[in-house]
Design a protein around this ligand. Sequence first.
Ligand SMILES: NC(=O)c1ccc[n+]([C@@H]2O[C@H](COP(=O)([O-])OP(=O)(O)OC[C@H]3O[C@@H](n4cnc5c(N)ncnc54)[C@H](OP(=O)(O)O)[C@@H]3O)[C@@H](O)[C@H]2O)c1
Length: 352
Amino acid sequence: MTESTDAPAAPAPEKTPAENGTTETPPEETPEKAVEEKKDETPPPKEMRAVVLTGFGGLKTVKILKKPEPTVAEGEVLIRVKACGLNFQDLIVRQGAIDSPPKTPFILGFECAGEIEQVGEGVTNFKVGDQVVALPEYRAWAELVSVPAQYVYALPEGMSALDAVAITTNYVVAYLLLFEMANLTPDKSLLVHSAGGGVGQAVAQLAKTVENVTVFGVCSKSKHEALKANNNNIDHLLERGSDYTSEVRKVSPDGVDIVLDCLCGEECNRGYSLLKPMGRYILYGSSNIVTGETKSFFSAARAVSALLHFNYLIVRLFVSGARVEIIGCIFGKNQSKLIYSNEYVNYNVNTL
Ligand SMILES: NC(=O)c1ccc[n+]([C@@H]2O[C@H](COP(=O)([O-])OP(=O)(O)OC[C@H]3O[C@@H](n4cnc5c(N)ncnc54)[C@H](OP(=O)(O)O)[C@@H]3O)[C@@H](O)[C@H]2O)c1
């Protein structure tokens, strides 16, 4: 069978320029088409998992969500996070009981450790692959975080990321409290509240590096056993909510040289009553304003009352000539303008 010649011939398949030996001019490209093609080429932004605060309040407001991966700006490093620190400050942020909080939703967290994945322009002291711990202002609880290099610290050889985030904030705060503010010297006595917490345990441990220091630690009874079992550095463990001032006086009738108070409110009076002449009273937190899982009208009222009480106490201490120090914020601008800021207390006590 032959093909009918009447039938229209099927169009010959087009030859490529290589096949026919010619160079073909490509069809003219309109600017709109070019833009459209470019758009198609741009890969969608990469996403990471992050712990996001979706609104101030209880635990339900904390969610693991997908967020765009951060980019690294000049002077920053990008860290692949392996471990995160969780401190009391995070709890206060969650409740919105802080000064000028960011608008929700935002990524939580002030402390993380991990490996440097990218180094921004102008950063000379870090390289890709370095193991570090960092103190960003929020955004630490994510798979990736970009942090100004000045708030990033190289981990000593052999220190794990988990150890780094358990140590950094707690021990830096404890160190500054004891040695920069309280000027702890041999033979002194000190009382520390929340002794079972991160800062409290660090305070007790570092205090014991100084000769013949006596540590009184106040915390909930439920923590006493664990603290005693865990290489306890507290000489006299006292129960939160009990008449601990009388207990202190049984051991040390003149009181103590240093009071480290992170509770505020009622504890200010008790702590002050225990202070020896020339003693130092350092108020560095106000945990007493936090009651329950969410911020309530009741806790707000307690906060106001605590602060009123606070100013009164300052005047009294000033008149009596005792020395008072209130830490505006240990980490300066980056870490926390939070509840510890002088604006909130409305008083610059470091100058007293
Ligand atoms: N000024 C600064 O820059 C700075 C920096 C870091 C920490 N801080 C302050 O230091 C304190 C301790 O911080 P942290 O990170 O070590 O805390 P943490 O590890 O979370 O321990 C907090 C402990 O505080 C006690 N506590 C007292 N009132 C509480 C409340 N209303 N709700 C829950 N727990 C309460 C609890 O122990 P007990 O029940 O056993 O007493 C709890 O175990 C906090 O007040 C914090 O704000 C201040």
